[in-house]
Design a protein. Structure first.
Length: 154
């Protein structure tokens, strides 16, 4: 089942708006975390379930934005793999630096959403890697079957 790009875009906007509205209901998180991944411990997740829902909604919405952009380009799974790895690495590095230094450039909820988004993109990059490998193998098989066979009647 293929979802039209317009509905995909509206889903992204809806998720980000829902996260924004829900975030307006709760107070900002005032946690001291060593890394953003400390928030993913079961004790913290269950202590702040509403904020966790906001973080997950926002990270899913942010994760879908590059996927929507990728949908405009056919094939190119190798490039999509590399871009996904870069997105994953950079978002996680940014989130770690924001949480570790206590900088207030972005709220803690946004930093945590970026960290979760980076985790999601590791799996997305693996999917693109598998698709790239299967595309290369398919092209090799097609090249082998398209070559003219030597005449064995001599």
């Amino acid at each position: 089942m293929k979802i039209p790009k317009e509905y995909f875009f509206l889903t992204i906007v809806g998720l980000l708006l829902l996260a924004y509205v829900l975030e307006a209901v709760v107070d900002p998180l005032a946690l001291k975390l060593a890394t953003p991944y400390n928030y993913l411990s079961p004790e913290v997740l269950t202590k702040y379930p509403f904020s966790t829902a906001v973080i997950l909604l926002r990270s899913i919405g942010l994760t879908l934005i590059p996927i929507l952009i990728f949908n405009f380009f056919n094939k190119g799974y190798g490039a999509k793999f590399i871009i996904s790895l870069l997105i994953s690495g950079l978002t996680q590095l940014y989130a770690v630096q924001e949480v570790a230094t206590g900088t207030t450039l972005a709220p803690l909820e946004w930093s945590l959403s970026l960290a979760v988004m980076g985790i999601f993109y590791i799996f997305i990059a693996l999917v693109f890697l598998v698709l790239n490998i299967s595309q290369v193998v398919k092209n090799k098989i097609d090249d082998l079957t398209d070559q003219p066979q030597p005449d064995e009647s001599n």
